[in-house]
Design a protein around this ligand. Structure first.
Ligand SMILES: C[S@@+](CC[C@H](N)C(=O)[O-])C[C@H]1O[C@@H](n2cnc3c(N)ncnc32)[C@H](O)[C@@H]1O
Length: 360
């Protein structure tokens, strides 16, 4: 199979922004334990503080801003947004689950916040009665960038949201989109980020997986997701490839750790290699290559390694070559990749560009 050959370019090797003092101060002022359950454990929907801390600086919230949050969850991130927007700012937070909104409203009241409005509803449609906003942040993944969000944020404002970046499972990137004067998506920068898919009553959710079935009860789901399998519409072939992935017997170590392996995954998605496949085998998530008669993957999580149907599998060779290619280009991180959007019927789809940002 032909490999992608790219020009060598210089890359910035980090996607972790330094935390500005305003964010550090907000993190210090909000008591995260206040937003936990009565047993003092985090509620199921809570985003880990370390993840919020990594993403908040990208929003660049200033005093007095109007902020829309999609996905209230525990309410912890809402409190941080209210701290950043200050007493002259406002935060509108929407969650599809009414009991979470009731809970968060009570907790914000106890903590003395007066600038937060918590609403039950489908965040896919934003909060039109409270628009316009300077900033919109989503902690849940929509099927695409909704038109409503781009319309409700003022030109020059910023949307930070996890967006699906390929018609394949587990392919989300955190996109920071500046809204253009004509209320279309303007410049985009990317970072790594994975949030739960939105429950969108407004839409039928897009299907990711060609074959998706539970093999070992609810705790151990497995699937395979590959555009080439979707295109064949051959269920017997899909089943055969799926079974080959499940039974892959060969494993070998790979010298890429976490979170670097996430960058390799997104770089691979951007290059759209023939046979690109995303898979889950029990607790293991994988990116790799499948063909009609062989399969090779990088196991991304929880333990990075190569997995293949046999030690001599051509697909394994291909995956090894992709890794080599990625290393030769300086192990590029997601923030160095370019991105653009294409219109869909109710919004925009994010596409990753194989060429690095600003060097196209
Ligand atoms: C990862 S949690 C958010 C965690 C939150 N940032 C915190 O600090 O606890 C994602 C949330 O998105 C909510 N959600 C899912 N679909 C939604 C939708 N269509 N509209 C609004 N919220 C949605 C879920 O109910 C869940 O509370």
């Amino acid at each position: 199979m032909p490999l992608i050959r790219l020009k060598r370019t210089g890359f910035l090797m980090t996607d972790t922004p330094t935390t500005p003092p305003t964010v550090t101060a907000a993190l210090a002022r909000v008591d995260e334990t206040h937003y936990r359950g009565t047993d003092k454990r985090a509620v199921r929907q809570t985003t880990p503080a370390s993840v919020i801390e990594r993403h908040l600086p990208l929003l660049d919230i200033q005093e007095g801003m109007r902020v829309l949050e999609i996905g209230t969850g525990s309410g912890y991130s809402t409190a941080l947004l209210a701290e950043l927007a200050g007493p002259r700012g406002t935060v509108v937070s929407v969650d599809v689950e009414a009991d979470l909104i009731t809970r968060a409203t009570g907790l914000h009241h106890q903590a003395g916040y007066t600038t937060i409005t918590s609403l039950t509803g489908d965040g896919y449609t934003g909060a039109p009665d409270h628009a316009p906003f300077d900033r919109l942040v989503a902690w849940t993944t929509p099927p695409h960038l909704p038109t409503a969000w781009v319309e409700q944020v003022r030109p020059g404002g910023i949307i930070l949201a996890p967006l699906v970046c390929a018609p394949i499972a587990y392919s989300t990137a955190m996109a920071r989109v500046t809204v253009a004067n004509d209320h279309t998506p303007g410049p985009i920068t990317l970072s790594r980020g994975q949030y739960v898919p939105m429950t969108t009553p407004a839409l039928n959710r897009s299907r990711y997986a060609t074959v998706s079935r539970v093999i070992d009860g609810e705790r151990s789901p497995s699937y395979i997701s590959a555009p080439w399998l979707t295109a064949t519409e051959d269920q017997d072939l899909a089943e055969a490839v799926f079974t080959r992935m499940l039974n892959a017997a060969h494993t070998e170590p790979v010298d890429i750790g976490w979170p670097e392996i996430e960058h390799f995954k997104l770089w691979t998605i951007a290059h759209k290699p023939a046979g690109l496949t995303m898979a889950q085998r029990g607790k293991e998530t994988m990116v790799g290559i499948t063909t009609t008669d062989n399969a090779g993957f990088v196991a991304l999580f929880p333990n990075t390694r190569l997995v293949a149907d046999s030690a001599t599998s051509p697909a394994l060779e291909y995956v090894r070559a992709l890794i080599q290619e990625w290393k030769e280009h300086g192990r590029p991180t997601i923030d160095t990749l370019g991105a653009h959007t294409t219109p869909t019927h109710q919004g925009w789809t994010l596409m990753l560009d194989p060429n690095p940002r600003n060097t196209v």
